[in-house]
Design a protein around this ligand. Sequence first.
Ligand SMILES: [Zn+2]
Length: 245
Amino acid sequence: MIKTDGIILKSRKYRESDFLLTIFTRKIGKINAIAKGAQRPKSPLISGVQPFCYSEFLLFKGKSLYTVTQCEAKEIFYSLREDIERLTYAAYIVQLVESVTNEGQTNNRLFNLLGKTLYILTNPDTEINTVIRGFEIQFLDYCGFKPELYRCVSCGTKESSSWRFSAQEGGLICKKCLNIDPYAMQITVHTLKLARYLQIKDIKDIQNLKISDYLNEKLQKLLKQYILVHINKYDFKGMNIINKL
Ligand SMILES: [Zn+2]
């Protein structure tokens, strides 16, 4: 038996009355678990097994699956379900986390980031663009793909009159090293400053920071390319919907 906090990454109906869950847990990383009878209206598990739910679970390890024996919802993020835009962003960040986490591999920083970001997304005054860019850039750090934003990834210099950003090489390229990646994208001083700021600030402290649509678009483009190269899973349904909003 294991007692742990967890966030529901996926929840789908299974058999007649069960739910099959993918849970990102604090103690044992990402797991698949079955919640027996949780489709029944009177099930004590029902409220804690909905998508995005942050719950405390009591789990029993079976041969191939865990079984949820108890679950107490701590935060159900109900208001996310009432707003299609926020719901879509929540689905997007959950998919990012799902794509990099593994069973048995804990990641406390990523767990905390996901929990905080879902919580922040429920606040109607949140600057969504800022929060999502901040999430993306910190997510990359916490899953081992931190983009280098302070020195050239090739020669190490911190001084250059202009910079490019190479998704392939993992960050900045100075003017002299341009030839190592002809596809590196331009990055202005303003975009770079914003990226550095979002990389180190607590996500709670940036939730009200307004950034211009122009800067947001620039940074989004760089991060999208970066995630595509390193996570290789940018084909998210969520993102396609977001782009149409
Ligand atoms: Zn260089």
